[in-house]
Design a protein around this ligand. Structure first.
Ligand code: GLC
Length: 670
């Protein structure tokens, strides 16, 4: 199935790459019972077969006739559907042409995606989303990498072409910071490592390898560009005034979003971004090579985990790129607008969920192995919240997007209410839970999720400081996961998912619990570790996730940049500097490990990769953020008062008379 990706196709064809061993020549069996009556599978002779490599599957076009039963707002039918990636002939006679052809390529796979796609009822959005046919404007604009075009594109992001005031300001800041401060030897070495990890595709930089240890004989997928891992690299480049690699990354990964993805005959929802991609070189005839981008949507990943965070990071990075370069033209492009909408629609689609938080499976974010975080993990919620805020900022406001923007606003409001109210714990709240009544059947219940007080873990009773508090890791019916997850808490500060008071309190807690969360290497991914029976049952006896290792309480230097940004936002740069100092003393000597083990982060992780790029980039980004406070301030969000207005204070008739929003507002307004 994956071989189909390497097929070289001629542009402007309506092509569906068949999945050989799936029924109906590649169309997964839909859950809809009347599938057969909807589908005609035709070979379309208009379209050229792929070149004659033996492994190339034949190219077919499927025509789909939708029946009455299809929801008017549901996924588009095949004739309107999505794009494909086209590879580029590179290598010996490197042509520098990248035909990211898009067009209105038919893909019945999408039409019969087994996911339910409830679209925002929005005609114009559908027009962009579903338009098709050979004569319409391509769904995704072509990136023409002809030399002239490359130059034209590059020029847009070159310093000399700065048109935008913001960009000017930022660059001035970057330059004066550069002039004021000589790079240390450690920083110089780190920059060299970061640059050495850059991956090119047809001559252009498109991302960074996850790890770049020349002595690693078994890199698994660490020789790929991970979407989440590239974010700190991208921030480092942007803060240095180098936007090209980020722009290329955003556009290339946007193309991958449209890929036909199949995991055992099942097609995940449209809009999904891959966890990672690899640039592969495929031999052609005549000593030529073809470079292809080969994405992994989870179909190869260990555990087949869904990369839910990828699309959210993509949107967050897009906004950061525009903020720091001033290249707002990028977001105005039709394909970029469509990309944002696809991701947001996937997240906003209706399901059986009762909560505004996003329901995901275990391992769908930075913690990409089973760690008992299925359900509504905080990390995903905070990324979801900031991606919604970014999308709202970047979506072109017109008739075509107004319903989507309305849906975004409603979700933002409901989500922040939910998290602020139900995920928050501090001494007072734990005492409340400790005295909870259970089995309350009514809409008035105080203990809405039926949490049995016995659930409060012993460690927490001793651990929670007088000052400070945090957002718990997960909330489900009758279940609160009280573990402290660092990334979710830090990103809640950065995105203002928490109230200003909560954000302050989280940093107070980190300061109070420094020896547990930072100790000898910043920062612990979560606290505490799962031990004994908990480890056995919850991780499924995962030998990589033994207590205080890897995802199970290991210390991850990459988290330094999110910590620095959160500290800067809250005026606590002292904390960030202290943590950076600690990291700086060990990281270069230890060869930039991926993570550290033990309760206080004393040892290099048992199976940690060395020269892990996001450890390097996390450090560089932290330094650059501190040196460029104005640029840093473009990367976080303040409280949104309009959202506070939209909020209906659901708790107004409960025992806690004021909901956190009103509290937040009154705190800010006094
Ligand atoms: C590990 C991490 C994941 C990261 C990947 C590549 O799987 O858990 O977050 O993206 O390595 O570095």
């Amino acid at each position: 199935m994956r071989a189909t990706k390497f097929v070289k196709m001629k542009p402007c064809c309506r092509i569906l790459l068949p999945c050989r061993n799936t029924p109906f020549l590649g169309v997964p069996i839909p859950k809809s019972s009347n599938f057969a009556s909807h589908t005609n599978c035709l070979f379309d002779s208009h379209f050229s077969a792929p070149n004659d490599r033996t492994s190339s599957p034949r190219v077919f076009v499927f025509k789909t006739i939708l029946g009455q039963s299809q929801k008017p707002n549901s996924a588009p039918n095949s004739n309107w559907s999505q794009s494909r990636i086209f590879s580029t002939t590179c290598g010996c006679n490197f042509s520098k042409r990248a035909h990211y052809l898009v067009g209105s390529v038919a893909s019945n796979v999408k039409s019969f995606s087994t996911s339910i796609e409830t679209r925002v009822n929005d005609k114009n959005f559908e027009r962009i989303y579903v338009q098709g046919g050979l004569n319409v404007k391509p769904l995704v604009e072509k990136i023409d990498l002809d030399e002239d075009a490359v130059k034209k594109e590059d020029d847009r992001i070159e310093v000399k072409d700065v048109e935008n005031d913001v960009k000017n300001e930022n660059l001035k800041e970057a330059e004066s910071a550069d002039a004021a401060k000589e790079e240390s030897e450690i920083e110089k070495d780190a920059w060299k490592l970061l640059r050495d990890s850059v991956v090119t595709y047809c001559g252009s930089p498109v991302g960074t390898l996850a790890a770049n240890d020349p002595n690693d004989k078994q890199p698994l997928n660490y020789d790929q560009v991970f979407i989440r891992d590239f974010v700190p690299s991208a921030f480092a480049f942007l803060l240095k005034g180098e936007g090209e690699i980020v722009r290329n990354f955003l556009l290339h990964t946007l193309q991958l979003q449209s890929w036909e993805k199949t995991v055992d005959c099942y097609s995940p929802g449209q809009g999904l971004m891959p966890a990672s991609f690899k640039v592969r070189s495929v031999a052609l005839d005549d000593n030529k090579f073809e470079e292809v981008l080969d994405p992994d949507f989870g179909e190869s990943a260990i555990g087949r985990v869904a990369p839910v965070d990828s699309g959210l990071w993509w949107i967050i990075l897009l906004r950061a790129y525009v903020k720091l370069t001033g290249d707002s033209g990028l977001t105005e492009r039709g394909d970029v607008q469509t990309g944002i909408k696809l991701i947001i629609n996937l997240c906003l689609s209706d399901g059986f969920d009762m909560f505004p938080s996003l329901l995901v499976t275990d391992g769908s974010c930075m913690i990409d192995r089973r760690m008992g975080i299925h359900g509504h993990p905080l990390e995903i919620q905070s990324l979801f919240y900031s991606a919604l805020r970014c999308a709202r900022e970047m979506l072109a406001l017109d008739d075509g997007s107004k319903n989507l923007v309305r849906a975004i606003n409603n979700r933002l409001s409901a989500l922040s209410f939910h998290i602020r109210e139900y995920y928050w714990v501090d001494l007072k709240k734990i005492n409340e839970i400790y005295r909870y009544k259970t089995e309350e059947y009514s809409t008035e219940a105080t203990n809405k999720f039926n949490i049995y007080p016995e659930q409060i873990p012993h460690w927490l009773m001793h651990w929670i400081p007088e000052e400070g508090g945090y957002l718990i890791g997960n909330l489900q019916p009758a279940h609160m996961d009280f573990r402290f997850f660092t990334l979710g808490n830090l990103w809640s500060i950065v995105s203002s998912l928490g109230t200003p008071k909560q954000n302050e309190a989280i940093l107070n807690l980190i300061e109070a619990k420094w020896d547990d969360l930072i100790a000898q290497m910043p920062l612990k991914i979560c606290f505490p570790a799962l031990e004994s029976e908990d480890w056995r049952i919850i991780t499924g006896c995962d030998p990589k996730n033994t207590p205080w290792s890897y995802h199970n309480g290991g210390s991850w230097p990459t988290l330094l940049w999110q910590f620095t940004l959160a500290c800067m936002k809250m005026g606590r740069t002292d904390l960030a500097k202290k943590a950076i100092d600690i990291a700086e003393r060990r990281l270069p000597l230890d060869r930039w490990p991926e993570y550290y083990d033990t309760r206080n982060g004393k040892f290099i992780g048992k199976q940690a990769r060395l020269y892990q790029t996001w450890s390097v980039a996390g450090y560089l980004t932290s330094k650059l953020l501190l040196e460029n406070p104005n640029m840093a301030s473009l990367l976080f969000w303040e409280e949104d008062y309009d959202l506070l207005e939209i909020c209906v204070c659901a708790l107004s008739n409960s025992s806690r008379k004021k909901c956190s929003r009103r509290l937040a507002k009154s705190q800010i307004l006094v």
